[in-house]
Design a protein around this ligand. Structure first.
Ligand SMILES: Cc1ncc(COP(=O)(O)O)c(C=O)c1O
Length: 420
């Protein structure tokens, strides 16, 4: 594998630790060392590893056959569960990754509106589809004007892609209003993540998401909520947790119960573009869409995620973020803790955090995060090598959360960390 790696988000110099097994919130590596897992395969395992009921359901399903050129019924149940829980979802279609889900939502919006451009936020990550990869993490010399950011593509992407993406600055309402108005007749969709990891989970300013909803509705632009990562925020999903009713949403991670998954969902009208019994506009195939193993695991996981389960997990998240803040205060570090529910990011900076550019110097490329990751691994904690970012899982208790805070405190001490 080039670079010895097949997924850049888990690269760690000089080489990663190899996993042997996982159980609950703990992972044992190839050398037999056990650590508490605060990454949970980048937030996709809300019940932790090898949850017994999910494992048993999957084992039963595997013995009955893993893939057919026929539906098996579990797909209908998972679709019904999502439609029942997510207020703006009438209909669902499954795919195999969050990237695919985002791509399908965008294609649906284009087919529905008859327009082709999309708008997205500078720095926001939405997976590997060319259009949303625009300005996913541009370098400062590529940024352009603050109110009208450049559309930055990586090599391998045709320049025409950049022309069809309007890049918006997060939380800058007036600039967004102007940009959206300039392109209103060409924009099919505006895609947003209510708490975007690529923008350090900097919360939307009060009224910002409401403004996006109103402005897009006014111009006939579909609003797409990318809930791939944030869906774990509440029983009703992320958009609902922020009080927003989008037109379409993309889902993945936790709804697959630890298996590859994606789903696009939304209003019956918007989703009708996929309906082959009507006026089909967007062809949607996929050999493993809604395969019975994934949907069985997803269904068992989502059934365990009752309202009470979300409430308990989110209370633990509040406790954890508060403990982190107190530790930073006690150490005299001007760090800031972002996140909500079971998600957290700690920024080791006192800068005023508003948008992607305000993270300057503390983007995921800062080498301090790799050093911190190694320190944390030595202390029995798994956290991202690209930031003090992670998530909780239901098997965790205050004991694991306190262990994280203590490990971070002593890791910062060991590195003699001083903020910029
Ligand atoms: C917000 C968001 N959208 C889309 C994706 C892409 O999902 P996948 O990795 O399943 O393709 C991710 C992955 O982390 C994500 O965080």
């Amino acid at each position: 594998m080039p670079g010895g790696n097949t997924r850049h988000s888990i690269a760690l110099a000089p080489y990663p630790i190899y996993a042997a097994s996982g159980c609950g919130c703990r992972v044992t590596d190839a050398e037999g060392d056990q650590r508490i897992d605060f990454l949970n395969n980048y937030t996709s395992l809300i019940l932790g590893h090898a949850e017994p009921k999910v494992t048993a359901a999957v084992q039963r399903r595997v013995a009955l056959g893993t893939a057919f050129t026929m539906p098996t019924g579990e797909d209908v149940e998972l679709a019904e569960l999502l439609a029942a829980r997510v207020p703006y979802v009438d209909q669902v279609r499954f795919c195999n990754s969050g990237s695919e889900a985002v791509m399908l939502a965008i294609k649906a919006a284009r087919a529905f509106t008859g327009r082709h451009k999309i708008a997205k936020f500078e720095g926001a990550y939405h997976g590997v589809y060319d259009y949303v990869a625009v300005s996913e993490g541009p370098n400062a010399d590529e940024w352009g004007e603050a109110d009208a950011p450049n559309s930055v593509t990586e090599r391998g992407t045709p320049p025409s892609v950049a022309e069809d993406v309007v890049v918006l600055p997060w939380n800058r309402l007036d600039a967004c209003r102007k940009r959206i108005a300039q392109h209103r007749d060409e924009l099919a969709a505006l895609i947003f993540d209510p708490m975007p990891l690529g923008i350090g989970m900097i919360a939307p300013l009060p009224g910002f998401l409401e403004f996006l909803r109103e402005e897009t509705a006014r111009h006939g632009i579909l609003l797409i909520a990318d809930e791939v990562l944030n869906f774990r925020l509440s029983y009703h999903g992320a958009a609902h947790a922020f009080g927003i009713q989008p037109d379409l949403g993309s889902f993945a991670k936790i709804i697959g119960g630890g298996f590859p998954v994606g789903a696009v969902g939304g209003s019956r009208q918007a989703m009708s573009v996929f309906d082959h019994t009507g006026r089909l506009k967007v062809h949607h195939g996929g050999t493993f869409n809604a395969n019975p193993v994934t949907v069985t695991a997803g269904l068992e996981t989502m059934k365990q995620m009752t309202r009470e389960a979300y409430e308990r997990l989110n209370r633990l998240g509040d406790y954890f973020r508060d403990r982190l803040r107190r530790m930073f205060r006690d150490r005299g570090l001007p760090a800031q803790v972002c996140g909500k529910g079971s998600l957290f990011v700690a920024h080791l900076t006192g800068n005023d955090l508003v948008d992607f550019r305000s993270l300057r110097g503390f983007s995921r490329n800062n080498p301090v995060y790799g050093d911190l990751c190694h320190q944390m691994l030595q202390r029995g904690i798994i956290v991202s090598p690209r930031g003090v970012f992670g998530c909780l899982s239901t098997p965790m208790t205050e004991i694991e959360l306190d262990a994280f805070v203590e490990a971070l405190s002593s890791s910062l001490e060991a590195l003699d960390f001083r903020p910029l």
